[in-house]
Design a protein around this ligand. Structure first.
Ligand SMILES: Cc1cc2nc3c(=O)[nH]c(=O)nc-3n(C[C@H](O)[C@H](O)[C@H](O)COP(=O)(O)OP(=O)(O)OC[C@H]3O[C@@H](n4cnc5c(N)ncnc54)[C@H](O)[C@@H]3O)c2cc1C
Length: 403
């Protein structure tokens, strides 16, 4: 995959065209073909066994699918967030579980390190993350701190000489069981609430770090999810990202980008579901005719088409708006509301698409092994991860009421 013809920021005006440029279309099509050939064959076993295809990340790195938003100096591609979203859309059509792991590595971990870390940290970690030699994760959520991730955070980091000592537990961490490098949030000043949080880069071999358990999920199976424990975990002071007690800006800016970036998962899954439904409706016969000839089935297909098209338009509009979010920006204002709205709409609409898709498939859609059932089980997560639908509504209404 080559992104040579794709200077950073080239697509700032994507939203104003209401469709993709020729270059963008080519990137989406190339990523689609790649995912169909390379990622789709892994999907069934991942779903059946919660199996992690250990070689997949190194191959994605070799084939140029990591480091999209990072400059070539660090081993990246020098593209932008919009392009990254197109790649995720394509990947999610064929293997949404790998898409989820890809975005946790690429955006939540690597892009956050790129945007917030110092030069030495970038040089140490980004080349490995961009090549796929290292797998990345982000640890914010805790057993007692989900929606109130900042206020209720219990993980602490105490400075002792040239180290910080981390104690606490993180839960539901994507890529947790297989991560080499984790961006982790902890309280350096517990009495200062959200303004006492700092970010750290933790390596899996640091003493005191361990994976407590790998979690089994209803959907996105094969994407690895874990509970992580920090038990007097010694992190070199040089692995503090940004300034001490300034982690909240990293969290908030990162969450806005994450929300813009995970919406394409919903789009890709919904697009694939619609394609499967069209094929099924044409081939499945009842009453001596293809079910596609029945107007109630046609009505469902028409509804699904409208939902997918509106998801796509909104998704691209918000990705374009988030494309040039300055470092430290986000977490407030229009972009905060827009990114929350993007994933809220995408997740809810994907659920509607999949509900109809299983209905069109009848009994075959209820069978675990069927592809449409795998896609159906991908519903709900995107209403929960990166801030639930309820929290997104609070963000949107909060911004509206400040006007
Ligand atoms: C598969 C998976 C992968 C994940 N990956 C990661 C990851 O890589 N890194 C990471 O840090 N986290 C990750 N998460 C965690 C995810 O972000 C949290 O699950 C999410 O933020 C919700 O937190 P919670 O599960 O504790 O729910 P809770 O906060 O306990 O919420 C329970 C319910 O209460 C509602 N609620 C809470 N507060 C309010 C309120 N003020 N008003 C109205 N309703 C409210 C919620 O909307 C929800 O319906 C992942 C989660 C899953 C399931």
């Amino acid at each position: 995959m080559s992104f040579d013809a794709m200077p950073a920021g080239a697509y700032a005006n994507a939203a104003s065209f209401f469709d993709l440029s020729e270059d963008q279309r080519q990137i989406l099509d190339a990523a689609d073909l790649y995912a169909r050939n390379e990622l789709y064959p892994l999907a069934r076993r991942m779903d059946d066994e919660e199996w992690w295809p250990a070689e997949a990340f190194a191959k994605l790195g070799r084939d140029g699918y990591f480091g999209i938003t990072m400059p070539p100096d660090y081993g990246g591609v020098g593209g932008d967030l919009f392009t990254s979203g197109l790649v995720l859309q394509a990947f999610s059509r064929w293997n949404h579980a790998l898409g989820l792991s890809w975005v946790a590595h690429e955006n939540l971990c690597a892009n956050n390190i790129y945007r917030n870390a110092n030069e030495a940290q970038r040089r140490k970690y980004l080349p490995g993350l961009c090549s796929g030699a290292l797998t990345g994760a982000l640890g914010l959520t805790e057993p007692g701190a989900g929606s109130d991730a900042l206020g209720s955070m219990r993980t602490t980091a105490r400075r002792v000489g040239d180290h910080y000592v981390l104690n606490g537990t993180k839960i539901y961490i994507t890529n947790g069981p297989v991560a080499d490098v984790l961006l982790v949030y902890a309280k350096t000043a517990p009495d200062k609430g959200a303004h006492g949080i700092s970010a750290f880069i933790v390596e899996k071999d640091f003493p005191g770090f361990r994976v407590a358990q790998k979690l089994t999920k209803m959907g996105f199976r094969g994407s690895q999810t874990a509970e992580l424990v920090f038990d007097d975990c010694r992190v070199p002071a040089e692995n503090l990202v940004g300034e001490e007690n300034r982690g909240v800006a990293i969290v908030m800016s990162g969450l806005d980008l994450e929300r813009a970036m995970i919406s394409p998962i919903c789009l890709g899954v919904a697009e694939r579901a619609l394609d499967l439904c069209i094929d099924y409706a044409r081939t499945r016969e009842q009453f001596g005719k293809p079910i596609a000839s029945f107007q109630m089935i046609q009505s469902k297909l028409a509804d699904m088409y409208v939902w997918v098209e509106t998801m796509r338009a909104f998704n691209y509009r918000v990705l374009a708006a988030a494309n040039h979010l300055e470092i430290g920006d986000g977490g407030r204002g229009e972009i905060h509301a827009l990114t929350a709205a993007s994933v809220m709409y995408a997740a809810e609409t994907m659920n509607k698409v999949l509900d109809q898709a299983v209905q069109i498939h009848g009994g075959s859609g209820y069978i675990w092994e069927s592809e449409i059932n795998r896609l159906f089980r991908a519903t709900k997560l995107l209403e929960i991860g990166a801030g639930t639908t309820e929290i997104r509504k609070l963000i949107i209404s909060g911004e509206l009421l400040k006007r």
